[in-house]
Unconditional design. Structure first.
Length: 161
């Protein structure tokens, strides 16, 4: 845990002492930021690197990917999976929309009507606050979201001391 010393430096207590018995490292604020910033990876770089046939550009990698289902079989690829299309190029599976995610996660079909079991469709996306408030008032629904409940559990400050 880092703590500030009397002279303005930051003392960092290590989990285990070093071989020479050192238990604390002293840094100025800028030195500590340099050390911490060096641990952050560069943007858009993979943290896991593969080599051999598992490398992204390996010529044998398409042979490791399971073969696509025959034309008569119906087998949907898993979401986010890449499939090898014509010409050996990878094609991503299409992303699911919000309704598809709700259906897959919670088994809720937001487009089926609970009264008549008919199919619903999206008529409009309302984004103007004034229009939304008028509709909520007309439906006699509250215009403001409910207040958040207080958190339960132990005080978090005790965990940091």
């Amino acid at each position: 845990m880092p703590r500030e010393t009397g002279d303005g430096r930051i003392a960092y207590r290590m989990k285990r002492p070093m071989p020479d018995g050192t238990t604390h490292l002293l840094f100025t604020g800028l030195e500590l930021l340099r050390r911490v910033a060096s641990l952050v990876p560069p943007p858009r770089t993979n943290l896991t690197r593969f080599h051999g046939v598992f490398a992204p550009g390996a010529k044998l990698r398409p042979f490791l990917v399971p073969a696509a289902a025959a034309s008569g079989e119906e087998e949907a690829p898993s979401a986010g999976a890449a499939t090898v299309g014509s010409g050996g190029r990878r094609q991503r599976a299409p992303r699911l929309d919000q309704a598809g995610l709700l259906r897959r996660t919670f088994a809720v079909d937001v487009f089926s009507c609970p009264r008549c079991a008919g199919q619903r469709r999206v008529l409009a996306y309302l984004t103007l606050g004034t229009v939304l408030r008028r509709i909520l008032r007309h439906l006699l629904l509250p215009e403001q979201p409910p207040r958040l409940a207080e958190t339960l559990g132990p005080a978090q400050q005790a965990l940091w001391e």
